[in-house]
Design a protein around this ligand. Structure first.
Ligand SMILES: C[S@@+](CC[C@H](N)C(=O)[O-])C[C@H]1O[C@@H](n2cnc3c(N)ncnc32)[C@H](O)[C@@H]1O
Length: 405
């Protein structure tokens, strides 16, 4: 398909219902929205709002302007553009009404990601949230963002992780397997079959159900990208990874600050990121619940680790090297080995059974789709699933920040 046709189809869908519109019209709704963004940037991305102060920001695909208003509150100077003139109208009216921010420094323009005029190296920060999945040439968009920032600047991207999209891709395949003809029928069927998922997306994304359905079922272009691929674009351009959420840092790292940071292009890192991709797919619980379950079996081992290290350190500190302490250490290390073995066995059997449950259901739905096509929308009933569509959030939105040296 030609890029121009791709874009025309996206624009047509987004003209029907904006994918970005969020109510920030009152002080209360604005504060709730702005607080969420503050938490995301300060605590998860380690990019505190103060870093935006006095910085020039270019927002690729700014949509209806809600986040730009928050950036203005944080003291940034913003240029936002989007190819949907309706969204730009809304963004301008939002700014005109804004009572929350004085001395607003924002300009909005109608423009396309590939052709909007940008003076190279002229911004401190290039930002784009939720746009990459909709453009025909994702790498080209990333490169334009990178070239718009000056040295010492940052590229901030909110993108859809492909494995986090699988739940929605199943929904699309199911809708396509029916005889559905129009948007109204897509809406009715989606609410009937995927109501729980849509409610979750409304809750997490703060948008209307109609907007969610339009975004992923009416709009035909919605393509996720693995973090490894985005990493490789950044690598090619000499950008340095700054932070990401969900965090893709290697766990249990202990290198001293003098050591070079482990390259995200190295084999162990890639292996880790593949597991991370799998986690996106099976992330059907909050982190707290997931880690509580996973680490439960390690509780006795954790107690032993504390005991071993406390006694070992105090023995070495005090110089109390006697046979009783030696014996004690022998016993503790042997116990630790046994406890770790038990905990690892329990964790691996729980992981394998979870994997079996979800993959079994996944194959069942895939089989249904492969053989059970040509349903009337009203007759369609899905295979019963207990795990596959019970995603925690159901949409793999990732955020990542790079630094341009
Ligand atoms: C999901 S919305 C995100 C909007 C905003 N960044 C936000 O976070 O709320 C995606 C936006 O990308 C815009 N978009 C998609 N393709 C585009 C293109 N080729 N040029 C400019 N904007 C585009 C759409 O019009 C839409 O406003």
């Amino acid at each position: 398909m030609k890029p121009s046709q791709h874009k025309a189809e996206v624009l047509e869908a987004f003209k029907k219902v904006s994918p970005s519109l969020i109510d920030v019209e009152t002080q209360e709704t604005y504060q709730t929205y702005s607080e969420r963004q503050r938490n995301l940037f300060r605590y998860r991305l380690k990019f505190p709002p103060e870093l935006f102060e006095g910085r020039s920001v270019i927002d690729f695909g700014c949509g209806t302007g809600e986040f730009d208003l928050v950036l203005a509150e944080w003291g940034a100077m913003i240029l936002g553009f989007d190819f949907n003139s309706d969204s730009i109208d809304r963004a301008n009216s939002l700014i005109a009404k804004a009572s929350v921010v004085e001395d607003i420094n924002i300009e909005f323009f109608v423009g396309d990601i590939d052709t909007f005029t940008i003076v190279p190296s002229s911004y401190d920060i290039a930002l784009s949230l939720g746009v990459l999945a909709h453009v025909p040439d994702q790498r080209a968009m990333f490169m334009r963002m990178a070239s718009s920032i000056s040295s010492g600047g940052y590229l901030i991207l909110g993108f859809i992780e492909d494995s986090g999209l699988i739940q929605r891709l199943f929904h699309r395949a199911i809708v396509r397997a029916t005889a559905i003809q129009d948007d109204a029928a897509i809406n009715t069927t989606a609410r009937r079959l995927f109501g729980e998922h849509i409610e979750r997306s409304v809750k997490h994304g703060n948008r209307s159900a109609e907007s969610v359905i339009n975004d992923y079922l009416v709009n035909p272009h919605y393509v996720g990208v693995p973090i490894q691929v985005v990493d490789s674009w950044a690598q090619d351009l000499g950008l340095k990874h700054y932070s990401s959420w969900p965090s893709t840092e290697l766990p249990f790292a202990v290198d001293s600050p003098d050591q070079p940071i482990v390259s995200r292009m190295s084999d162990p890192y890639h292996t880790f990121l593949s597991l991370h991709r799998l986690r996106w797919m099976f992330a059907n619980q909050s982190d707290l619940a997931t880690f509580s379950r996973l680490f439960e079996g390690f509780l006795p081992a954790a107690g032993l680790v504390e005991q071993i290290l406390d006694t070992l350190c105090s023995t070495l500190q005090t110089g109390d090297l006697n046979p009783a302490n030696l014996h004690n250490q022998r016993v503790l290390w042997a116990d630790l080995g046994e406890e770790l073995e038990l905990a690892l066995e329990a964790a691996s059997s729980s992981l394998i059974s979870g994997l079996g449950q979800v993959s079994g259901e996944l194959l069942k739905v895939l089989e249904f789709l492969t053989h059970g096509i040509h349903h009337e929308p009203d007759d369609l009933s899905l295979p019963v699933t207990d795990y596959l569509f019970k995603g925690y959030n159901g949409l793999g939105t990732s955020y990542a920040i790079w630094y341009k040296p």
